[in-house]
Design a protein around this ligand. Structure first.
Ligand SMILES: C[C@H](O)[C@@H](O)[C@@H](O)C(=O)CO
Ligand SMILES: [Mn+2]
Length: 590
């Protein structure tokens, strides 16, 4: 069982004894309990455990009680706070002053006592003290004896809590580079200051010879390797695809079998590097057993490794998938080509949804005209305005096949605890493992190939670093789409047919970058995108504001944007205010 941060609930109250405070004690504590129950019942951590809440030992009326609450939260491993009240309280005495906690305040909308007045007053305090907080105020007045949480309040509480838990979960973890810069891809020139100051994440790095050392010296669990090989024989090797290499570059059966053993071993070793493995301690490898405490990782692969050894596509794909030979489990976050910026976008999506992530090249925009010219056929349905070809060798999760289904039989990508064995097998069955293209991957290996089912709501995002500005986040909500199989075949065979394809259509709107499908691609800030199941743009925008990362492109309705209340002080134009606020506050761990 992993250890996760908790969310601290702070019931604040009017400190006046002799009548006022006593009359509110039960109500205030009941609100706190209701919020804790809402969060624990609705939100889970990546391992499927409920997000835990810690409530202050008493209501908080004066500063001594604020301090006692802060001490308890420190002891209990709290990573963010929600203050709740139904009455007037003394803002600066009762507010959460911890500079690292994401914080929200719910001011109960009841007029018998001025809960909303406190909300406004304490948010002013948060703004004045440079500790921005999210304000939650229900639209409709509630009766004083009504301890229920209205739907609009619940939505904001959960949106805040999901993002706050993501921020707190990242704090103190590592990003592990396995290898270094891949083919000059800027995202793989890892910026440790960004990770440290914005995410509270430490950058770790291992040279790829470490994988060879562990293979050569047997520093991996041999029993697990045997189990993994048997599973791979059963579910992957049997779906080995046609070898499209020239005869001179085609490996023999024996060489291919060696490659399969190599990439399975490599996968186990990469996982051990990421999270450690107590079995290695039993084997006497105490240091290797520790791992790198990584919450996300990247594998350089190209080119030096793949010019000589089998590629990392099998490893990256399976580590990003919600299952392997040990069964159904939380997906890891592993960026192909060590594109750490895309790895961060994958990590955001994973922490907000608890689902596996797709890593793709944003490869080609196909206009309806170009498709007609090349195939003689029309793009139809949701694809009619053009499509974007998402494809990359390697780290596309097999969950991205769309072989998992919801109660309506629609394709989805589920949190791992909802995936069935049968769905796991369907994802594997839908995946072909082609011998790697040896023009690209001289060392050989295998690449996963599948075509994502259409009809899945997805959100593509990427974290970009801009010198002089810092990090920015791009977001495009849309859908996976299916196209005429003949059209897909012609378009796919023009590019890398041994790699996994997801056809993507962004939701268009009146924002410049979303006026047509072409503009989305034309405005995308890098070669990669992280694709998460669901329309999670709102959650990404809330998370980005907590991290002081401005959002430079998104197709979310501005009325749905939820950021700290202080952002309002930076102007009425949401995007400009976001930039000004992020610049003013700066990264939370600086
Ligand atoms: C063709 C290159 O080898 C691929 O790695 C390329 O398509 C990329 O993925 C670049 O991001
Ligand atoms: Mn790529």
């Amino acid at each position: 069982m992993k250890k996760y941060p908790k969310i601290g609930i702070r019931p604040t109250i009017d400190g006046r004894q002799g009548g006022v405070r006593e009359s509110l004690e039960e109500k205030t504590m009941n609100l706190a309990k209701a919020v804790a129950e809402l969060i624990t019942a609705n939100l889970k951590n990546g391992d499927g455990s409920p997000v835990e809440c810690v409530i202050a030992d008493s209501t908080i009326g004066r500063v001594a009680e604020s301090a006692a609450c802060a001490e308890k939260f420190e002891r209990e491993g709290v990573g963010s706070t929600i203050t709740v009240t139904s009455c007037w309280c003394y803002g600066a005495e009762t507010m959460d002053m911890n500079p690292q906690y994401p914080k929200a305040v719910w001011g109960f909308n009841g007029t018998e006592r001025p809960g909303a007045v406190y909300l406004a007053a304490v948010l002013a305090g948060h703004a004045q003290k440079g500790l921005p907080a999210f304000g939650i105020y229900g639209r409709d007045v509630q009766d004083l004896d009504d301890n229920s949480i209205p739907a609009d309040v619940a939505e904001k509480l959960l949106r805040f809590a999901r993002a706050a838990q993501a921020v707190a979960t990242m704090r103190g973890k590592s990003y592990l580079s396995m290898g270094s810069v891949s083919m000059g891809i800027a995202g793989s020139i890892v910026n440790p200051d960004f990770f440290q100051e914005y995410l509270g994440i430490r950058c770790e790095s291992v040279d790829l010879t470490e994988i060879i050392r562990r293979m050569t010296e047997g520093i991996y669990d041999k029993e697990e390797f045997a189990k993994a090989m048997a599973w791979t024989e059963k579910y992957c090797k049997k779906n080995e695809g046609k070898d499209f290499n020239l005869p001179a570059k085609t490996k023999t059966r024996e060489q291919k079998d060696e490659d399969w053993e190599f990439i399975v071993k490599m996968t186990i070793i990469m996982r051990d590097l990421i999270q450690g493995n107590p079995k290695l301690r039993e084997m006497g490898f105490k240091e290797e057993a520790l791992g790198h405490n990584a919450i996300a990782a990247g594998f350089q692969g190209q080119r030096q490794w793949t010019d000589f050894y089998p590629n990392g596509d099998y490893s990256e794909a399976l580590l990003n998938t919600s299952f392997d030979w040990n069964g159904i489990r939380e997906a890891y976050v592993v960026a192909t080509e060590n594109d750490a910026c895309n790895g961060v976008a994958m990590l955001f999506g994973h922490l907000l949804t608890n689902r596996a992530q797709i890593f793709s090249d944003v490869r080609t925009y196909w206009s309806p005209e170009a498709v007609k010219r090349v195939t003689g056929k029309e793009l139809t349905g949701m694809a009619a305005n053009g499509i974007i070809h998402l494809i990359n060798s390697g780290a596309t999760t097999l969950d991205g096949t769309g072989q998992q289904t919801n109660a309506q039989g629609e394709p989805v990508m589920k949190p791992h605890w909802e995936i069935s064995e049968a769905e796991m097998e369907k994802c594997l069955e839908a995946t072909t493992w082609y011998p790697a293209n040896r023009d690209y991957f001289r060392g050989g290996g295998f690449s996963s190939n599948f075509l994502s089912k259409g009809g899945m709501p997805v959100t593509m995002s990427r974290l970009n670093l801009v010198k002089g500005l810092g990090p920015v986040l791009q977001i495009a909500e849309g859908w996976t789409v299916e196209i005429d199989p003949e059209v897909h075949k012609l378009l796919d065979e023009r590019t890398d047919r041994t790699w996994p394809t997801t056809w993507f259509v962004p939701r268009l709107c009146d924002k410049p970058a979303f006026e047509d499908v072409y503009s989305v691609m034309n405005n995308w800030g890098a070669n990669h995108g992280a694709i998460s199941y669901g329309h999670i743009g709102q959650d990404l925008i809330t998370l980005a504001s907590m991290l002081r990362i401005p959002v430079c492109m998104h197709n979310v309705d501005e009325k749905k944007i939820f950021r700290p209340a202080a952002w309002n002080a930076f102007g009425m134009d949401k995007e400009g205010a976001d930039y000004r606020a992020c610049t003013t506050y700066g990264p939370i761990y600086k």
